[in-house]
Design a binder for this molecule. Structure first.
Ligand SMILES: *Cc1c(COP(=O)(O)O)cnc(C)c1O
Length: 359
């Protein structure tokens, strides 16, 4: 007889990792293709020599570096085992009753419905608008007395769309001050909006204690394999996050690598220019071939292929490029190295592919 497991978990699909196969190009996980900088690799190697000791559970040195970077106090910063762990912790600190609501747009980051269900809370999803962007008015209108937290993924994974500072500010003004608004900015470093409307959650949240910003070292900073992300928010929210935090889950090597990455940020962020150029090149080539392509502000492009999404993903894999299909919504393709993107474009813009998938 097997052990009793919560039956409601049957509704959550078992985790299936993004596929990878030797010799196949993987454009499915929004990773950076660049290896760690020498200074970061050195910090990793040095930290590895001390792993017989526990990490600093409060991650004080890392949080201090992040606080300095953003011009906030260390009390405004929490670190997490990837920002996905912080998503889970944010639901844990806001929701207890099964009637407590977690509100988010859909389609958006696939972790939101999972962490909501794991916490036993109620997910409320608001469809994206016709341009595959957050419908911020509908999202604000969906707030009820039971809403405890709203996730706003800006730029949105997997559609790449983003709202500027003015639109986000209007949204924040429309949400009651007792509802936590989480601005998930995992792709912040790939935004190239005019400075006067660039949405920087840390700035937008400075005088709003119900706003919390998530950033990660997994994407532009290239540390996906080490698992470290952070939250910037009001001290009360940060204190609560630290209460539910799994002890020592931000490991020593990750802390050291994140500190070294912040020090090397100018070099790392320069790399995002090449990724943004590739993203725009891919979008232009796909549009020229007849595809509908959303306006992406992240390190990937989105093809809203509807019912054809799974078939497109399978055909791309057969052509040697793994991409990420999402149900009957669309397919997300990460901007990789130019030669990898060329391989994908050769498949996608091949007349036979176009005949099959562009209607
Ligand atoms: C990748 C991603 C994250 C962060 O992932 P971690 O590796 O856990 O830091 C968070 N939110 C979104 C929307 C993402 O796409």
């Amino acid at each position: 007889m097997s052990a009793h497991i919560r039956p409601d978990l049957d509704a959550i699909p078992a985790y299936v990792a993004g596929r990878s196969q030797p010799g196949v190009v993987k454009l499915a996980s929004n990773e950076t293709t660049f290896p760690p900088l020498p200074s970061v690799a050195k910090a990793i190697a040095e930290a590895a020599e001390t792993v017989n000791r526990y990490p600093d559970n409060a991650a004080l040195e890392l949080r201090t570096a992040i606080a300095e970077f953003h011009g906030v106090a260390v009390e405004n910063v929490a670190a997490g085992c990837g920002s996905v762990a912080l998503c889970q912790e944010l639901v844990q600190i806001t929701c207890l009753a099964p009637t407590d609501e977690v509100l988010f747009a859909w389609r958006s980051f696939e972790a939101y419905p999972i962490v909501t269900q794991v916490a036993g809370a109620k997910a409320v999803q608001v469809p994206l608008d016709g341009e595959f962007a957050h419908d911020l008015d509908a999202l604000a209108a969906a707030v009820t007395p039971n809403t405890r937290v709203v996730f706003v993924c800006n730029p949105n994974n997997p559609t790449g769309t983003a709202h500027g500072a003015a639109a986000i500010t209007r949204f924040l003004d429309a949400v009651p001050a007792n509802v936590l608004v989480v601005l998930d900015e995992a792709y912040f470093e790939y935004l190239r909006m005019p400075a006067d409307d660039a949405p920087n959650g840390v700035e937008l949240g400075r005088n709003r204690p119900n706003v919390l910003v998530l950033r990660t070292f997994s994407k532009a900073y290239g540390l996906a394999g080490l698992r470290v992300g952070y939250a910037v928010g009001a001290p009360e929210v940060i204190t609560a996050l630290m209460k539910v935090h799994i002890p020592f889950s931000v490991n020593k090597v990750a802390q050291a690598a994140a500190i070294a990455s912040l020090e090397a940020r100018h070099e790392l962020l320069e790399r995002t220019n090449a990724v943004v150029a590739e993203r725009d090149r891919m979008a232009a080539a796909l549009r020229a071939a007849g595809y509908r392509v959303t306006d992406s502000h992240a390190n990937f492009v989105w093809l809203p292929l509807g019912e054809q999404s799974a078939a497109f993903g399978a055909a791309s894999a057969e052509a040697g490029v793994l991409v990420r299909p999402y149900g009957t919504d669309g397919v997300r393709i990460t901007a990789g190295d130019p030669h990898e993107n060329d391989l994908f474009l050769a498949f996608a813009t091949d007349p036979a592919t176009v005949a099959r998938f562009v209607g």
